[in-house]
Write a protein that binds this ligand. Structure first.
Ligand code: FMN
Length: 178
């Protein structure tokens, strides 16, 4: 049995994290893409009208995976809309999953994400982890623009205890199942 990482990324941060986690966990990595090219204006409309945008079909052999990691940005305190569509579409398969985000980082957000997952998914996530750009030592200089994480930033996140814990819990389960 394997771990599957499914991610959505608009500016590339969650893609960078998904790729790094894919290597660490030796997991398969799939990207959620959209038939329509996304621009900032559409993010605003999606947020405003709580939309579920169309996403391209992903053919997933669910029976091969025992853990699913979902990665996506947070937009206005909530999970980015294309990931929302994915979760709602596949909720019956998402039994053992976690939600991970590389986001700016806002207080009380974790609770909002948990509530949102409760509404969208059939099961509760194993864990919700926010890796927060605002806590990066390099972020201060970049405050006014969309910050793109570097490989050094990813290293910083990886040193966090919760990343290590996540890694060891997933590899431990893998060993038990092998
Ligand atoms: C329109 C918009 C709204 C956002 N709102 C939030 C937010 O409420 N909380 C947060 O932590 N980050 C917020 N962010 C920051 C993104 O989550 C962050 O830049 C993320 O790393 C982008 O991921 P991506 O590069 O994979 O698309 C927002 C970004 C955009 C563009």
């Amino acid at each position: 049995m394997k771990t599957l990482i499914v991610y959505f990324s608009f500016t590339g941060n969650n893609k960078t994290l998904a790729d790094a986690m894919g290597k660490d966990l030796r997991a398969d990595v799939l990207q959620i893409t959209e038939p329509k090219k996304r621009a900032m204006f559409r993010i605003m409309l999606d947020m405003l009208f709580n939309r579920f945008p169309k996403i391209n079909e992903l053919s997933i052999p669910w029976e091969q995976y025992d853990h699913i990691l979902l990665l996506a940005p947070i937009w206005n305190y909530l999970i980015a809309n294309p990931m929302k569509t994915f979760i709602r579409k596949n909720k019956t398969y998402l039994k053992n999953y976690s939600f991970i985000t590389l986001c700016s980082g806002r207080e009380t957000q974790n609770e909002k994400i948990a509530k949102q997952l409760k509404r969208l998914a059939a099961y509760a996530p194993q864990t919700i982890i926010e890796f927060e750009i605002l806590k990066l030592p390099t972020y201060e200089e970049q405050k006014n623009s969309i910050y793109k994480v570097t490989q050094d930033d990813i290293k910083t996140f990886k040193q966090q205890e919760r990343y290590q814990r996540l890694l060891s819990s997933y590899s431990a389960k893998k060993e038990v199942l092998q």
